[in-house]
Design a protein. Structure first.
Length: 274
């Protein structure tokens, strides 16, 4: 094997190590144990003490000091009623409780589809404590392809579904990545979103979905070169959080972001093993 493929493989291994480390972060996606909408009347919820409610604009939590809830930001006990206000798609690690240190569970407040919800994040969740990395396909040099980025005159907001059927999403398409795959005689065009520093992300379906991989995945590229080309490395295709937990609100691909090919590269369905 030449030195270039060796270097490419080593970079991928470092990417995989960083990815698994990020997934194993405290109170990350692997710790989610519930997703619950807040009601207009103060009500009990599953897996957390206190009474929770919203008037549509503000979220409120009423609890006694004996409930053991403290504010994540300050550590101050919740004794009475506390409130918070978020914009749509914002989240707040709001209160915590449980365990010897009072921090076993963090309750995240979230605004999704212009409605308030909470998610419990439990550091003792088996999905988190038993995590040993995401299974992946073997490295495939042939699925590292050059693509051409064709920017739209203006970004287009495309309505999409999400992993939660009660939450609609929007994909801000900034253009298309145009490329070919080994063994296929036609071009593919996938809508892309822009990330930090001009990087691009593509959310896609392929023919391995439900047969080794989750229902959809995403892959990111660096910022396009001056000539508009980018390297699209499907070995870096990763799962959305909704592959690991039923409590995500992750975006599905836009219509037609589907490949009539088996992309046997990148992350597999987390429940499967090699």
């Amino acid at each position: 094997m030449s030195t270039a493929p060796d270097a490419q493989l080593e970079r991928w291994r470092r990417f995989r190590s960083s990815r698994n480390t990020a997934l194993a972060a405290d109170y990350g996606w692997l710790t989610l144990t519930s997703f619950q909408w807040l009601e207009s009347q103060p009500s009990a919820v599953d897996l957390a003490p206190g009474l929770w409610s919203t008037d549509g604009t503000t979220a409120a939590l009423t609890a006694a000091a004996s409930d053991g809830l403290t504010l994540v930001e300050t550590g101050e006990p919740v004794d009475g009623t506390v409130t918070a206000r978020l914009a749509d798609e914002e989240s707040l690690m709001w209160v915590q409780f449980g365990g010897e240190d009072g921090k076993q569970v963090v309750v995240e407040l979230a605004m999704r589809a212009d409605k308030y919800a909470i998610r419990t994040r439990d550091s003792k969740s088996p999905v988190f404590t038993e995590f040993d990395g995401v299974p992946t396909f073997d490295y495939r040099p042939d699925l590292v392809v050059e693509a051409r980025f064709e920017a739209f005159p203006e970004p287009e907001d495309v309505p999409i579904a999400t992993a939660n059927p009660l939450v609609d999403g929007v994909h801000r398409s900034v253009g298309e990545l145009v490329f070919r795959l080994p063994g296929k005689d036609h071009e593919y065009r996938l809508h892309a979103e822009e990330e930090k520093l001009g990087a691009l992300t593509v959310t896609f379906h392929d023919e391995t979905n439900g047969d080794g991989t989750d229902e959809w995945r995403k892959v990111s590229t660096a910022r396009p070169r001056p000539d508009g080309t980018v390297i699209l490395d499907f070995n870096r295709a990763i799962n959305y959080p909704s592959a690991f937990t039923p409590y995500g609100t992750c975006p599905m691909p836009v219509k037609n972001n589907s490949l009539d090919a088996r992309i046997e590269a990148g992350e597999k369905q987390p429940a499967l093993t090699d």
